[in-house]
Write a protein that binds this ligand. Sequence first.
Ligand SMILES: [Fe+2]
Length: 235
Amino acid sequence: MPTSTNPQQSLRESAFSIMTRADFDYSPADDDVLVTAFAHEIARDRWLPPGETYRHRAYQCFRMSVRDMSFQAESDPDPYLQSKEVNSMAGGVQRSFATLDPDHPVTAVTARIAAAVARQLLGAGVLAADTTPHCLVDAHYIRIYAPGKPCPEGIHRDGLIAGSAHLVRRENITGADSMLYDLSGREVHRCVLTDPLDSFVFDDSRVMHYTTDIEVAEAGRAAHRDVLLIGFRTA
Ligand SMILES: [Fe+2]
């Protein structure tokens, strides 16, 4: 389990921070809602190379006002688009995913997690009411079945203002070491997210990230890793 840092200071000085469950307003009931969403709402990601089926996901997009920290989930979000520059595998492709309805109970849970991250980003100056008054906040509910690749694109940036990764569950897997790198490629942090809501937050303009492949720990049992990925981009 990673050690929680002073997130604002770490974000400001090192362009990343580590957060744990205690840093969020997150109850056991919230955890049930998130786990249930992964169990029932995700669908196979059809944007992997042909024949690869290890990634399942669902998606939501929120409109966020940085000034009043409000989050409004969109009912019919646009397809998700990254540039080829940051995603050599799927960049330039308008990807649509299974979406979660704004009325789904997970919406409020995810908005609260995103708000906690946004407060850190605001305190560290990564978000600012003057320069980024309105953001689109992407929530990707990603399940990787073992054996599988959390980061098939390799060490990368997301092409956003900032992002965060929040573990929901590791189930019968090994691997998934998460690393952050400065822009010269030097590793600046390495950790394994082990407990629910173990998290890292990053300024996407200043660091790159990667997570190693996962393998089945014990044959014959379900093996997967569920992570909530959140991204902040200019609206
Ligand atoms: Fe990424």
